[in-house]
Design a binder for this molecule. Structure first.
Ligand code: PA5
Length: 423
């Protein structure tokens, strides 16, 4: 992975160096706000090896008896899994032995009805994931899915097909799992939801889907080696500093851009990471994403000529192994013969370069992140990069990057309307 700031005016960046390094020290020394949620920093090397083994074994069992694993969770208990799942799966005709399907990530009745109907004809297991063990969306979905799986396989067999990933000691899900005798996996106390894809939260469903979780961990380890070095040349520290500089220069929206549809959910994961970490105390850079070139025909206009309050971070995938070239056509009625022998990845790259030139000219600073390839390892590395960067960036901004007090407000209002006791 490489990061390129050529298309950002860095003339004022020197003023941010000391603050960025100080924020980095606070993060690594665990001396700042939210310091009890920093277990993810050492996690690539310091993790429960026994549980890691158990994850692999459970995944293997799921692979022998299930075509589908329903991953039930929301926020940090959903987005990282889906990001890796989508990034590494084929677009069509997946060769996955176990397909991941998601539930509990919204409250749509229609979705659940169709899911329950679909599950009648396939063999499946359930992985219910909730750090707090009390989140409404997965709890409701699990109530329905538990009933369905018990009806289909009988209580005993259903028990062996249900896996719970939650707190090691507390929460409604932990109590339920213990009472029912489900195999449980732990969301560590010191790892917040949006940082938890490196734990059993991400590892169990991804392993069941056939993702190489050793390679995924290796990527995180590479990230730990590269991005925990105290230096202003550390790309994670620099990215945090550049974001803060741009923010102070009136750029309060960051657009994460991709040119590979497989990265769509990496952007969704990133939005949660940055939105929940920085958006508080009336501060924060609003994280949005576009999938190009699709969105050049939609949000592209706004980015080019709308209010000049945004900057872009573009993820470029360097090596597109799977590709095809455009052939000449005798009639050339579509006028495309000028692209004869050009590969699709070449055309896509020119779209990216052309867009960058246009947007920079239009007053949109562009940061470029280059990924060699989309693999389990490179995803682990980029996740770790973004995590360190958000810690540094949040401390520079003057917020606690590791809490999310604002998430509770909608729940209070919703519970009141629903008549939940105590609201
Ligand atoms: O980052 C966070 O902590 C949150 O977004 C949570 O991931 C989300 O609310 C789901 O919580 P839980 O895993 O407790 O069900």
């Amino acid at each position: 992975m490489n990061i390129d700031f050529t298309n950002v005016d860095l003339s004022g960046l020197k003023d941010y160096e000391a603050k960025a390094l100080e924020a980095f020290d606070t993060l690594i020394a665990k001396s700042g706000e939210g310091n009890d949620f920093l277990g993810w920093i050492e996690r690539p090397t310091d993790y429960d090896k026994e549980e890691f083994d158990r994850i692999k074994k459970a995944a293997e069992r799921i692979r022998t008896n299930s075509d589908v694993l329903v991953s039930i969770g929301i926020g940090g208990s959903y987005l990282g899994i889906k990001a890796v799942d989508v990034a590494l799966d084929k677009y069509f005709s997946s060769d996955r032995k176990v397909k991941l399907i998601y539930a509990g990530n919204q409250l749509s009745g229609e979705y659940l009805v169709e899911l329950l109907d679909y599950l009648k004809d396939v063999d499946y297991s359930l992985n219910v994931i909730s750090k707090s063990g009390t989140t409404t969306e997965p709890a409701i979905a699990f109530r329905f899915l538990k009933e369905a799986i018990e009806e289909k396989y009988g209580k005993e067999e259903a028990k062996a097909r249900i896996f719970a990933t939650t707190d090691s000691k507390k929460g409604a899900l932990k109590e339920l799992a213990d009472a029912e005798g489900y195999e449980t996996f732990v969301v560590p106390d010191d790892i917040g939801g949006r940082f938890s894809v490196i734990s059993a939260v991400g590892l169990l469903p991804l392993a069941a889907a056939g993702v190489d979780i050793d390679a995924f961990m290796k990527g995180f380890k590479k990230g730990q080696d590269l991005y925990t070095e105290k230096s202003f040349d550390n790309p994670a520290i620099k990215y945090a500093a550049v974001r803060n500089m741009l923010n102070n220069n009136g750029k309060d929206i960051e657009v994460l851009v991709n040119y590979e549809p497989k990265l769509q959910y990496v952007a969704e994961w990133w939005k949660q990471l940055y939105g929940e970490s920085e958006g508080k105390d009336g501060k924060g850079i609003f994280p949005v994403s576009v999938n190009n070139t699709t969105d050049l025909h939609s949000l592209g206009q706004m980015i080019q000529e709308g209010k000049r309050n945004l900057f872009e971070t573009v993820i470029e995938v360097k090596d597109n192994e799977i590709d095809l070239s455009i052939k000449a056509d005798a009639d050339n009625l579509d006028g495309l013969n000028y692209l004869e022998d050009k590969s699709l990845s070449f055309v896509n790259k020119q779209a990216m370069e052309g867009t960058t030139i246009a947007h920079v000219k239009g007053g949109v600073p562009n940061i470029r992140i280059e990924l060699d390839k989309i693999t389990a390892e490179s995803l682990g590395e980029i996740f770790y990069f973004f995590e360190i960067a958000v810690g540094v960036s949040g401390y520079m901004l003057g917020v606690n990057p590791f809490n999310q007090p604002g998430v509770e407000e909608y729940k209070k209002q919703m519970f009141k309307l629903l008549g939940k006791p105590g609201y």
